[in-house]
Design a protein around this ligand. Structure first.
Ligand code: AMP
Length: 215
Protein backbone atom coordinates (compact mmCIF):
# COMPACT_ATOMS: atom_id res chain seq x y z
CA UNK A 1 0.00 0.00 0.00
CA UNK A 2 1.28 3.47 -0.89
CA UNK A 3 0.28 6.29 1.43
CA UNK A 4 1.28 9.97 1.47
CA UNK A 5 1.49 11.74 4.83
CA UNK A 6 0.90 15.36 4.04
CA UNK A 7 1.17 18.52 6.12
CA UNK A 8 3.22 21.60 7.03
CA UNK A 9 6.64 21.37 8.74
CA UNK A 10 6.15 20.20 12.32
CA UNK A 11 2.74 18.59 11.72
CA UNK A 12 4.09 15.24 12.93
CA UNK A 13 4.56 13.49 9.59
CA UNK A 14 7.88 11.87 10.52
CA UNK A 15 6.77 10.71 13.95
CA UNK A 16 3.49 9.32 12.67
CA UNK A 17 5.12 7.72 9.62
CA UNK A 18 7.40 5.73 11.94
CA UNK A 19 4.35 4.46 13.84
CA UNK A 20 2.58 3.45 10.62
CA UNK A 21 5.56 1.43 9.37
CA UNK A 22 4.74 -1.45 11.74
CA UNK A 23 1.00 -1.32 11.10
CA UNK A 24 1.27 -1.34 7.31
CA UNK A 25 4.46 -3.37 6.94
CA UNK A 26 5.95 -0.95 4.40
CA UNK A 27 8.91 1.43 4.88
CA UNK A 28 8.88 5.16 5.52
CA UNK A 29 10.35 7.15 2.66
CA UNK A 30 11.39 10.57 3.96
CA UNK A 31 13.21 12.70 1.42
CA UNK A 32 14.24 15.06 4.26
CA UNK A 33 15.94 12.18 6.13
CA UNK A 34 17.59 10.99 2.90
CA UNK A 35 18.91 14.49 2.20
CA UNK A 36 20.24 14.86 5.76
CA UNK A 37 22.00 11.48 5.40
CA UNK A 38 23.55 12.60 2.10
CA UNK A 39 24.71 15.81 3.73
CA UNK A 40 26.17 13.90 6.69
CA UNK A 41 28.26 11.79 4.31
CA UNK A 42 29.77 15.01 2.97
CA UNK A 43 29.08 14.38 -0.73
CA UNK A 44 28.84 17.26 -3.24
CA UNK A 45 25.14 16.42 -3.67
CA UNK A 46 24.67 16.63 0.11
CA UNK A 47 26.25 20.10 0.07
CA UNK A 48 23.84 21.21 -2.64
CA UNK A 49 20.87 19.92 -0.61
CA UNK A 50 22.10 21.79 2.44
CA UNK A 51 22.21 25.14 0.61
CA UNK A 52 18.43 24.95 0.29
CA UNK A 53 17.59 23.10 3.49
CA UNK A 54 19.41 25.44 5.86
CA UNK A 55 17.58 28.39 4.27
CA UNK A 56 14.20 26.66 4.61
CA UNK A 57 13.74 26.54 0.82
CA UNK A 58 12.59 23.55 -1.17
CA UNK A 59 15.30 21.59 -2.98
CA UNK A 60 14.74 21.76 -6.79
CA UNK A 61 12.52 18.98 -8.13
CA UNK A 62 15.13 17.44 -10.43
CA UNK A 63 17.45 16.75 -7.47
CA UNK A 64 14.64 15.13 -5.47
CA UNK A 65 13.24 12.83 -8.16
CA UNK A 66 16.43 10.86 -8.59
CA UNK A 67 16.57 10.15 -4.83
CA UNK A 68 13.04 8.75 -4.77
CA UNK A 69 13.47 6.77 -7.96
CA UNK A 70 16.52 5.00 -6.48
CA UNK A 71 14.79 4.41 -3.14
CA UNK A 72 11.76 2.80 -4.76
CA UNK A 73 14.04 0.23 -6.40
CA UNK A 74 15.08 -1.19 -3.03
CA UNK A 75 13.45 -4.51 -2.13
CA UNK A 76 11.81 -3.35 1.11
CA UNK A 77 9.70 -0.87 -0.89
CA UNK A 78 8.32 -3.52 -3.24
CA UNK A 79 4.89 -3.71 -1.60
CA UNK A 80 4.43 -0.02 -0.92
CA UNK A 81 5.70 2.91 1.12
CA UNK A 82 4.72 5.69 3.48
CA UNK A 83 5.83 8.91 1.83
CA UNK A 84 6.77 11.56 4.37
CA UNK A 85 7.68 15.02 3.10
CA UNK A 86 7.37 13.87 -0.50
CA UNK A 87 5.84 14.94 -2.84
CA UNK A 88 6.09 18.65 -2.05
CA UNK A 89 5.25 20.16 -5.44
CA UNK A 90 2.79 19.29 -8.21
CA UNK A 91 5.62 18.19 -10.58
CA UNK A 92 6.90 15.86 -7.82
CA UNK A 93 3.40 14.37 -7.42
CA UNK A 94 3.11 13.84 -11.16
CA UNK A 95 6.52 12.18 -11.21
CA UNK A 96 5.56 9.92 -8.29
CA UNK A 97 2.39 8.87 -10.09
CA UNK A 98 4.46 7.95 -13.15
CA UNK A 99 7.06 6.02 -11.08
CA UNK A 100 4.35 4.06 -9.25
CA UNK A 101 2.46 3.38 -12.46
CA UNK A 102 5.56 1.77 -13.94
CA UNK A 103 5.55 -0.54 -10.90
CA UNK A 104 1.82 -1.28 -11.30
CA UNK A 105 0.99 0.72 -8.16
CA UNK A 106 -0.87 3.87 -7.22
CA UNK A 107 -1.34 6.11 -4.18
CA UNK A 108 -4.12 4.63 -2.04
CA UNK A 109 -4.55 7.52 0.39
CA UNK A 110 -3.26 11.01 1.17
CA UNK A 111 -3.62 11.88 4.86
CA UNK A 112 -3.40 15.63 5.47
CA UNK A 113 -2.45 16.48 9.06
CA UNK A 114 -3.73 19.91 10.10
CA UNK A 115 -1.89 22.00 12.71
CA UNK A 116 -2.03 25.82 13.07
CA UNK A 117 1.15 27.92 12.64
CA UNK A 118 1.81 28.93 16.31
CA UNK A 119 1.72 25.26 17.33
CA UNK A 120 4.00 24.32 14.40
CA UNK A 121 6.58 26.82 15.59
CA UNK A 122 6.46 25.54 19.15
CA UNK A 123 6.77 21.94 17.99
CA UNK A 124 9.67 22.47 15.63
CA UNK A 125 11.71 24.74 17.90
CA UNK A 126 11.45 22.19 20.78
CA UNK A 127 12.18 19.17 18.58
CA UNK A 128 15.30 17.08 19.18
CA UNK A 129 16.28 13.91 17.36
CA UNK A 130 18.75 11.15 18.01
CA UNK A 131 21.78 11.24 15.75
CA UNK A 132 22.12 7.46 15.97
CA UNK A 133 18.61 5.93 15.78
CA UNK A 134 16.52 8.86 14.52
CA UNK A 135 14.06 8.79 17.44
CA UNK A 136 12.24 12.11 17.71
CA UNK A 137 11.61 13.89 21.04
CA UNK A 138 10.09 17.20 22.06
CA UNK A 139 11.63 18.93 25.05
CA UNK A 140 8.18 19.57 26.51
CA UNK A 141 5.71 17.11 24.95
CA UNK A 142 7.74 13.92 24.79
CA UNK A 143 10.91 14.73 26.73
CA UNK A 144 13.96 12.48 26.59
CA UNK A 145 15.21 11.08 29.93
CA UNK A 146 18.19 13.47 29.71
CA UNK A 147 18.25 16.63 27.52
CA UNK A 148 21.07 15.44 25.27
CA UNK A 149 20.89 11.62 25.33
CA UNK A 150 18.47 9.29 23.59
CA UNK A 151 16.38 7.08 25.88
CA UNK A 152 16.28 4.34 23.22
CA UNK A 153 19.91 3.90 22.31
CA UNK A 154 22.00 6.42 24.30
CA UNK A 155 22.86 8.35 21.09
CA UNK A 156 23.44 12.11 21.07
CA UNK A 157 20.34 14.30 20.67
CA UNK A 158 20.62 17.15 18.18
CA UNK A 159 18.47 20.03 17.00
CA UNK A 160 18.00 20.40 13.26
CA UNK A 161 19.59 23.56 11.90
CA UNK A 162 16.33 24.41 10.12
CA UNK A 163 14.25 24.11 13.31
CA UNK A 164 14.75 27.74 14.36
CA UNK A 165 11.75 30.08 14.32
CA UNK A 166 12.98 32.18 11.37
CA UNK A 167 13.70 29.17 9.16
CA UNK A 168 10.45 27.45 10.18
CA UNK A 169 8.53 30.53 9.00
CA UNK A 170 10.26 30.33 5.61
CA UNK A 171 9.53 26.58 5.44
CA UNK A 172 5.88 27.33 6.19
CA UNK A 173 5.75 29.95 3.40
CA UNK A 174 7.25 27.42 1.00
CA UNK A 175 4.63 24.92 2.13
CA UNK A 176 1.76 27.36 1.57
CA UNK A 177 3.03 28.46 -1.85
CA UNK A 178 4.28 25.21 -3.38
CA UNK A 179 3.03 22.21 -1.38
CA UNK A 180 -0.52 23.09 -0.33
CA UNK A 181 -1.69 23.19 -3.99
CA UNK A 182 -1.18 19.41 -3.97
CA UNK A 183 -4.38 19.12 -1.94
CA UNK A 184 -6.19 20.16 -5.11
CA UNK A 185 -4.20 17.68 -7.23
CA UNK A 186 -4.97 14.73 -4.94
CA UNK A 187 -8.40 16.08 -3.98
CA UNK A 188 -9.57 15.72 -7.59
CA UNK A 189 -8.61 12.06 -7.42
CA UNK A 190 -10.66 11.67 -4.22
CA UNK A 191 -7.63 10.54 -2.21
CA UNK A 192 -7.42 13.14 0.56
CA UNK A 193 -8.54 12.58 4.16
CA UNK A 194 -7.92 15.38 6.63
CA UNK A 195 -7.09 14.72 10.28
CA UNK A 196 -6.74 17.06 13.24
CA UNK A 197 -3.07 16.99 14.21
CA UNK A 198 -3.66 18.38 17.71
CA UNK A 199 -3.68 15.77 20.47
CA UNK A 200 -1.46 13.08 21.94
CA UNK A 201 0.72 10.98 19.63
CA UNK A 202 -1.66 8.06 20.15
CA UNK A 203 -4.78 10.12 19.47
CA UNK A 204 -3.41 11.56 16.25
CA UNK A 205 -1.99 8.13 15.30
CA UNK A 206 -5.42 6.54 15.66
CA UNK A 207 -7.02 9.23 13.51
CA UNK A 208 -4.40 8.60 10.84
CA UNK A 209 -4.92 4.83 10.93
CA UNK A 210 -8.67 5.34 10.58
CA UNK A 211 -8.09 7.69 7.65
CA UNK A 212 -5.79 5.18 5.95
CA UNK A 213 -8.07 2.20 6.38
CA UNK A 214 -11.47 3.90 6.01
CA UNK A 215 -13.36 4.38 2.78
P1 AMP B 1 11.71 17.62 6.20
O1 AMP B 1 12.67 16.77 6.93
O2 AMP B 1 10.68 16.83 5.45
O3 AMP B 1 11.08 18.67 7.07
O4 AMP B 1 12.54 18.41 5.09
C1 AMP B 1 13.57 19.31 5.46
C2 AMP B 1 14.03 20.11 4.25
O5 AMP B 1 14.52 19.23 3.25
C3 AMP B 1 12.96 20.93 3.55
O6 AMP B 1 12.75 22.19 4.18
C4 AMP B 1 13.55 21.06 2.15
O7 AMP B 1 14.61 22.01 2.13
C5 AMP B 1 14.19 19.69 1.94
N1 AMP B 1 13.24 18.71 1.36
C6 AMP B 1 12.82 17.54 1.92
N2 AMP B 1 11.99 16.89 1.11
C7 AMP B 1 11.85 17.67 0.00
C8 AMP B 1 11.10 17.55 -1.20
N3 AMP B 1 10.30 16.49 -1.42
N4 AMP B 1 11.20 18.54 -2.13
C9 AMP B 1 11.99 19.61 -1.92
N5 AMP B 1 12.72 19.80 -0.80
C10 AMP B 1 12.65 18.83 0.16
Amino acid sequence: MDVVLFGPPGAGKGTQAKRLVDKLGVPQISTGDMMRAEKASGTPLGKRFDEYMSAGKLVPDELVLELVEQRLKQPDAREGAIFDGYPRTVPQAEALDRMLERLGRRIARVVAIEVPLPELIERTVGRRSCEACGHIYHLRYSPPPSPDRCGNCGGRLVQRKDDTEGVVRTRYEEYRAKTEPLLGYYGKKGLVRTVDGIGSLDEVGERIEAAVSGE
